[in-house]
Design a protein around this ligand. Structure first.
Ligand code: GKR
Ligand code: MG
Length: 466
């Protein structure tokens, strides 16, 4: 082809592409955004942050195209998160969902020195540093990306994970997520909800909790939320779990920075065998410095248990130091605050490049989040551990998707050919979630305050405590 023919062809191609895009964008403008603040029952689970309130808060986001297709996402809850979405409304309405994430990239990519993309170290608190912080932006971006993928997937009849190059697995494994807990099932106080697991504050009751969860969901690995009892009692809990389930069921323990470097090394040494194989020690001590010191200490005793993190490592910006100091060997990603599904794909590649493992973090959530997590995991080539999920702690009566709870079978969520995330919103269930939100007193998560109300009026979060 001569030079002229080539440019003609380019022009033709450009013209037809532009026409196709015009047709697409005409039918694919976002016409409506609905933000629903809901409350869901949550049992009195303990962690080093304190105590879960009887309700966990979530935001359900709906993006509807002009032709009536609705994309869904589930995000952190409470008034501040809802306001963040509201503030973004002018950038969302009228936008093309195929292009929206590109147009909003500034929410996750201000990486200039002193720029907003810091990603909070969550050693000290769960709370987002500020409504207009990078964390708040990254959370909002994540949900918008997921809702766009759902909307696009439902428009073209393709599952969300397959829009992004194609799934690398059909089944996404999750682990049994164990918590020390008080008696109670959460939800409306005194409404007689069944407390499936009962009080669990001893090693023996934790073995029982694990058995119940594994019997019901078929999980093949186990994570214990620690940082609640004296370290020796938590060591004993892991030992009993190992006796009952190991080594076939890999074990992890996560005290959310409750231990000093010395205590972390002591626990790591004491549990070297129990946490071996596909186990890990998650966020034992605060900060990347603390984690690096724990790693050095453990290696000096020949203990190679990997250190995992979703507290000291919450954003890409943490990775250079985490890698250079060997503070973290397994990153727990989370599509809810790492920037959605595509950022998890990028993270997966980065982790592989630097020889890090990849797992997934969770917080109290419903089925839309579970499906977003499953699609993110399915689209991430290098995912080396079963993901966390709080889903077993939530009740069917709080679920908002059509048909009720998403099944976890043999410890895994199975991805089908259903378009988008593969779930639809049930309007009645959603309305009940909104009512619960209107009725309940909570507007943000404050586990420390709950601890003072229900367990110990003098309780304060001390990091590290032991
Ligand atoms: O639900 O109490 C909890 C957990 O402690 C959660 O908030 C953490 O963010 O599961 C999380 C973790 O792995 O650190
Ligand atoms: Mg963790």
């Amino acid at each position: 082809m001569t030079g002229d023919r080539v440019s003609e062809k380019r022009l033709e191609y450009g013209a037809s592409r532009a026409a196709a895009q015009k047709a697409n964008t005409e039918s694919m403008r976002i016409a409506q955004m609905r933000i629903h603040s809901i409350a869901i029952g949550d049992p009195p689970l303990r962690s080093s942050y304190g105590l879960h309130a009887p309700y966990a808060l979530r935001t359900i986001l709906e993006l509807e195209s002009e032709d009536g297709v609705v994309g869904l996402a589930e995000a952190h809850g409470g008034d501040a998160n809802a306001r963040r979405f509201e503030a973004l409304r002018p950038r969302i309405i009228g936008a093309d969902p195929w292009r929206l994430c590109g147009a909003l990239l500034d929410l996750i990519e201000d990486e200039t020195p002193g720029g907003s993309a810091g990603g909070a170290d969550r050693s000290q608190t769960h709370r987002v540093p500020g409504e207009n912080s990078f964390d708040a932006d990254a959370r909002a971006y994540s949900a918008i990306e997921i809702a766009c993928l759902d909307l696009i997937g439902k428009s073209v009849g393709v599952p969300a994970c397959d829009l992004l190059g194609g799934r690398v697995r059909d089944e996404v494994p999750f682990s049994a997520y164990l918590f020390y807990k008080h008696k109670g099932a959460g939800g409306t106080v005194g409404d007689g909800r069944e407390d499936e697991y009962g009080e669990c504050l001893t090693p023996e009751s934790m073995v029982r909790q694990t058995r119940q969860m594994i019997d019901r969901y078929g999980f093949k690995s186990i994570k214990l939320k620690g940082g609640v009892l004296e370290p020796e009692e938590e060591i004993e809990t892991i030992r009993q779990l190992y006796k009952a389930f190991g080594p076939a069921y890999p074990l992890r323990i996560d005290p959310n920075s409750a231990w000093t470097v010395d205590t972390s090394i002591h626990v790591g040494r004491s549990l070297a065998e129990e946490l071996s194989g596909e186990g890990y020690l998650e966020d034992p001590a605060p900060g990347l410095d603390g984690m690096a010191a724990v790693r050095r200490g453990l290696l000096s005793y020949g203990v190679k248990t990997p250190l995992a993190s979703n507290v000291a490592t919450t954003a890409f910006q943490h990775l250079p130091v985490a890698v250079a100091t060997d503070a973290v060997q397994v990153v727990l990603c989370d599509p809810h605050y790492w920037g959605g599904v595509q950022q998890i794909q990028h993270l997966s590649k980065v982790c592989r490049t630097f020889g890090l493992g990849l797992s997934m973090h969770s917080n109290s959530h419903l089925g839309i989040s579970l499906m977003a997590m499953a699609h993110a995991a399915a689209a991430a080539p290098h995912l080396t551990y079963a993901c966390d999920t709080h889903y077993p702690w939530q009740a069917d009566e709080d679920e908002v998707v059509v048909g009720g709870r998403v099944p976890i079978v043999d410890g895994a969520v199975r991805l089908t050919d259903a378009p988008g995330l593969g779930v639809e919103l049930d309007e009645d269930r959603l309305a009940r979630g909104r009512e619960r939100y209107a009725r309940c007193e909570f507007r943000n998560r404050d586990d420390e305050a709950e601890m003072r109300k229900h367990v110990d009026p003098t309780w304060k979060r001390i990091v590290p405590r032991w």
